[in-house]
Design a protein around this ligand. Structure first.
Ligand code: NAD
Length: 373
């Protein structure tokens, strides 16, 4: 396997998740490239400390410019607060490195467009993180939707629900403040996950009406005081998309306050002849609708049917760390020209398209109107 030197800027929740996916790369059996974590940059010493458990990670620094000057770093994964995306992504490209960006790809639409322009001008390989489409259930939804078996599409619902913000004692962090998360709030936090498959299937919203809600205006700041929280926490986007010349309702749901939903990613596509439904709430199960004299919803338990084969037994259940690893396999194999028709990571065009949806949602909420995209 050809090794690719990886640097991580921002070693928090996602930075560590990526590092652990690299550490069990031996589980993949049909990839020709292998990530090797060689450097990490984070401002916080206890965060940096964790990376000392990775033997190949020989550069651990507080200054990401030092990481960008390291010739062993070929690809940089950046997982920092949204207000820092544009500056750091542009610095990565200027340093001549390939970029695995995080969503929402800039703090707002204007920022995402500037990043995309810099990507195009740099000639570097750039993709944006979005892992749920690599789940076997998600892959089946895509295949079923593309099969043409559903007849005329009646409606699509795609969403991502969290519930921990219902806990008023949960401390505020950068994701609950517009200055660092972006005015788009939950749209920037969870929106790519809801939009990615519809956009990949060509179902771009043509116009939308948004219902956005805020959560608790104040939360503990973790230091004994209270902090102001001003982001949108729940978003329902009622959109129209065009499929085969017809207007089709596409609802996109992103919630931080959905009772009982710990990390529920779901998608449903319904047509006149058939339909499909998948949710991580029931992570093994794919539901298929069959029309006829009698109408059936039938279900099947999916196994470990991942885009990239693994040593894991075919009947075993996949989870979040597995799809993170599959996403990296797709990134590195596409970068090497070896994707061979498998599902590729979100592109910069798709990331900008999500920001166009979020900007329209803010305008719709502000004016109480339907906004054309
Ligand atoms: N794909 C996913 O499923 C997923 C899940 C969660 C978050 N995210 C995205 O990942 C990104 C990071 O989110 P997170 O949850 O990991 O956040 P986090 O707060 O856990 O980690 C961010 C890290 O960045 C570091 N940092 C801040 N400024 C820095 C700088 N100038 N140089 C180096 N390090 C710096 C912080 O010290 C912190 O450790 C965001 O864009 C977020 O939207 C993606």
């Amino acid at each position: 396997m050809k090794k690719v030197g990886i640097g991580i800027i921002g070693g928090g929740l996602m930075g560590r998740e990526m590092a652990s996916a690299f550490a069990r790369w031996c589980s993949l059996t049909d990839v020709e490239v292998m990530p090797e974590l060689v450097a990490v940059a984070d401002l916080v010493e206890p965060v940096r400390e964790w990376f000392r458990c990775v033997p190949s990670c020989t550069q651990i620094t507080a200054d990401y410019h030092e990481l960008l000057a390291n010739p062993a770093v070929e690809v940089v994964y950046v997982a920092v607060p949204h207000n820092l995306h544009e500056k750091i992504y542009l610095d990565v490209l200027a340093a001549g490195k390939d970029l695995f960006a995080e969503k929402p790809f800039g703090i707002d639409l204007a920022s995402a467009k500037r990043i995309a322009a810099a990507c195009a001008g740099s000639g570097r390989f750039v993709r944006c993180s979005s892992e749920f489409p690599f789940l076997p259930g998600a892959q089946r939804v895509i295949a079923e939707a593309q099969s043409g078996k559903f007849g005329r599409i009646l409606e699509i619902v795609s969403g991502f629900h969290h519930s921990s913000d219902l806990d008023a004692t949960k401390a505020a962090n950068w994701k609950r403040k517009s200055a660092t998360c972006g005015e788009i709030g939950v749209l920037g936090d969870l929106g790519m996950h809801a939009c990615h498959i519809p956009l990949r299937l060509g179902w771009k919203p043509a116009r939308l009406f948004a219902q956005l809600q805020k959560g608790y205006p104040q939360r503990p700041d973790g230091k004994g005081g209270m902090a102001t929280c001003d982001t949108w926490d729940n978003a329902l986007l009622h959109t129209w998309t065009q499929i085969d010349g017809a207007d089709v309702p596409l609802r996109l749901e992103m919630k931080r306050m959905a009772p009982g939903e710990t990390n529920t990613w779901f998608i449903e596509v319904l047509g006149t002849n058939g339909g499909v439904r998948y949710s991580t709430k029931e992570p093994k199960t794919l539901w298929l609708f069959e029309n006829g004299k009698e109408q059936f919803w039938k279900k099947t338990d999916l196994g470990f049917g991942m885009p990239f084969k693994a040593v894991t037994g075919g009947i075993f259940e996949p989870g979040f760390p597995d799809v993170i690893q599959q996403m990296w396999a797709a990134f590195l194999m596409e970068r090497a020209g070896l994707l061979n028709g498998r599902f590729g990571c979100a592109t910069q065009e798709e990331a900008v398209a999500t920001q166009e949806i979020f900007a329209a949602a803010l305008a719709s909420q502000q004016n109480g109107s339907v906004v054309a995209l």
